[in-house]
Write a protein that binds this ligand. Structure first.
Ligand code: FEO
Ligand code: CA
Ligand code: CA
Ligand code: CA
Length: 617
């Protein structure tokens, strides 16, 4: 391949070198500030804590305090204009106020409580952890060149509005809707959300959160009698013995031996209205129950029309699991975006699972009872059963097991959410690909091949890849598509056979384990990573990609995070003058004092140019 010169580049920043520095490293001319750090108070009058502002109770937040503060281990991030629908550049000025909503994926008590004894968490520590899980909603405001929290922000940015700030925790009461809402397995209260990974946001102004590795919070599957419930829980990796959190010591709902059905209340896509704190959040069973990574929404408007069906894309992040699309029955009306009917759009529709053929074509296979029952008569009782046992249904259909589908994103118009027909699916890695013949088998005996295939072409895939899906007719409701690789991640300069050898896939800066992606206003795809190969001396990072003059993808490293972290929730402000991301688990397996010398503490980060210009140009 010829090596194009930078004359082809539309990104003018100077690429950042690999580094293990314990800070956010940026190109020359860029600055960052941390905000909404774990433990920061959400409400005026509550004591500042951490970050050099002193500690409450010797550094141990009580559960009551934690419920009023920013949660732990930020992941997905979304911004909502406040008031809803206010233009991005009113009067020529960029937005300076948003409602920020972000996931708090999981807790790390060893970094939350001084002197934490892993074998023996106290009841208050467990309660604090449960309250540090879930979702944080907070107002943010730009003052000068610095984004900060606005603890007095109200919905609509008016004095009579409700306070924006709120917490959804492991105790928040949820509603259920969709085909499985009345299934006996889901009866009783649905309290809490856990393992909230990525998610999405809708043109009607709601936040979507994806429940991913919920198995981590449950215990004692060994005591559940053999049968369908046990098998389904095994397929999700529920532990036979103690949970990773030990919460079952205090609460029976995490003990599957005592309450086997509680596990079925996690693994959903939930919807939250940041503009209306009185609207109870909803778990949407129609979208299926898997280890959902994300919930990316686009609207498919027929030519010349202002109403269209909604397509929602989600990955199931497990080795050899699948990618899903949900298409609503109802339509979104962009001329009345906050219409009441929109709040039930995700309650009814058709769930599909992806099949990737060797010839570059693919199908979205309907995960419907009629379709599954025709192939496996009697295996599923009804659509509710399909929604609860979605992985098993997808197995029956012959979907393509992928190398851990993480984020799935579709570039779209920021106001109308009209898509382009293009969808990008991130497969983060799969070290079991091409491994033992049984590596992909299910606990219920379903035999799947772990062999390399056209869409997962590398054995021991430690660096991952990104697949581009082209919906047929550029129609997001289509059931057929073509696909190609956007890139194979790794090191384009590595010797053949080395870890992450990706000669000819792209040129530029090496990286591994792409996880979350986003697009800027120019349609350039930006990548945040979760786990660079140990042989790359670099913390997790953010990279910008562009199609260069020779048609190949050029990758430029824009940001390197602090020590031990993963970068989550990459997102541009609508005017592209700020790049936001979340720093999750700084200090994992390595010392870190991020963000300001007293950490490690998970935190949101806002990156701007010192001159306030467009990021990435
Ligand atoms: Fe929570 Fe798949 O990352
Ligand atoms: Ca994570
Ligand atoms: Ca992720
Ligand atoms: Ca990941």
């Amino acid at each position: 391949i010829g090596v194009p010169t930078d004359a082809h580049a539309v990104t003018g920043f100077v690429a950042v070198a690999e580094t293990t520095a314990d800070t956010v490293t940026l190109p020359p001319g860029y600055v960052f500030n941390a905000l909404l750090t774990w433990g920061d108070p959400l409400f005026e009058g509550d004591a500042l804590w951490g970050n050099g502002a002193g500690e409450i109770n010797g550094g141990n937040l009580t559960a009551a305090e934690q419920a009023r503060r920013v949660g732990f281990n930020h992941d997905m991030l979304a911004l909502f204009a406040n008031p809803f629908g206010s233009p991005a550049s009113a009067g020529g000025q960029p937005h300076a106020a948003y409602i920020a909503a972000f996931n708090n994926e999981y807790t790390e008590p060893v970094r939350m409580f001084p002197g934490f004894v892993a074998a023996n968490p106290t009841r208050n520590q467990i309660d604090t952890e449960i309250n540090a899980s879930g979702i944080t909603v907070a107002g943010i405001r730009l003052v000068g060149n610095v984004w900060g929290q606005d603890r007095t922000m109200r919905v609509g940015d008016v004095p009579e509005g409700a306070l924006v700030a709120r917490r959804i925790t492991g105790r928040t009461r949820f509603l259920l809707d969709g085909p499985a809402k009345d299934d006996p397995r889901l009866s009783g209260p649905v309290d809490g959300t856990f393992s909230n990974c990525a998610g999405g946001f809708t043109p009607w102004g709601t936040y979507l959160s994806a429940e991913e590795n919920f198995n981590f919070n449950f215990a004692n599957l060994s005591g559940v009698p053999a049968g369908q419930t046990k098998t389904t829980h095994q397929i999700f990796g529920m532990p036979n013995g103690a949970s990773g959190t030990l919460w079952e010591r205090v609460y029976d709902r995490f003990d599957l031996t005592k309450m086997p059905n509680e596990g079925f209340k996690q693994g959903w896509i939930l919807e939250l209205d940041p503009y209306d704190p009185t609207r109870r959040p909803v778990k949407h069973t129609a979208i299926g129950r898997v280890k959902h990574e994300c919930a990316t929404v686009v609207v498919q408007y027929p030519a010349g029309q202002t109403k269209g069906k909604v397509a929602l894309y989600s990955g199931d992040d497990e080795r050899f699991d699948y990618v899903y699309k949900f298409v609503t029955d109802g339509t979104f009306d962009r001329e009345n975006p906050r219409a009441k009917a929109h709040f039930s759009l995700l309650s009814a529709g058709t769930l599909y699972v992806g099949k990737f053929n060797a010839d570059g074509t693919g199908q979205w296979l309907p995960v419907t009872h009629a379709n599954v029952d025709s192939l496996a008569p009697g295996a599923f009782a009804d659509q509710a059963d399909i929604c609860i046992r979605t992985r098993e249904a997808a197995d029956v259909l012959g979907a393509t097991p992928m190398d851990r589908p993480e984020d799935v994103e579709a570039p779209h118009d920021p106001l109308t959410f009209a898509g382009t027909g293009k969808v990008f699916m991130v497969c983060t890695n799969n070290s079991n690909r091409g491994g033992s013949a049984t590596a992909a088998n299910r606990a219920n005996g379903t035999v799947r091949s772990s062999a390399v295939d056209a869409a997962n072409p590398r054995a021991n895939n430690r660096t991952g890849h990104i697949v581009q899906i082209n919906e047929d007719g550029n129609d997001h409701t289509a059931t057929t598509f073509t696909w190609q690789f956007y890139l194979l991640a790794g090191d384009p300069k590595a010797a053949a056979g080395a870890v992450g050898d990706v000669k000819d896939s792209f040129f530029g800066d090496r990286f591994g384990s792409p996880d979350n992606i986003t697009f800027d206003n120019r349609g350039l795809l930006w990548i945040a990573t979760d786990g660079n190969p140990a042989s790359y001396p670099c913390n997790d990072q953010v990279l910008c990609t562009e199609i260069a003059g020779n048609g190949k993808v050029r990758v430029k490293r824009f940001l390197v995070g602090p020590a031990g972290c993963e970068i989550c929730g990459p997102l541009f402000s609508p005017d592209n003058t700020t790049f936001f991301c979340n720093v999750q688990h700084p200090g994992e397996n390595v010392a870190s004092s991020f963000p300001n010398g007293t950490g490690p503490r998970p935190s949101m980060v806002a990156v701007r140019r010192a001159d306030g210009g467009i990021v990435g140009t």
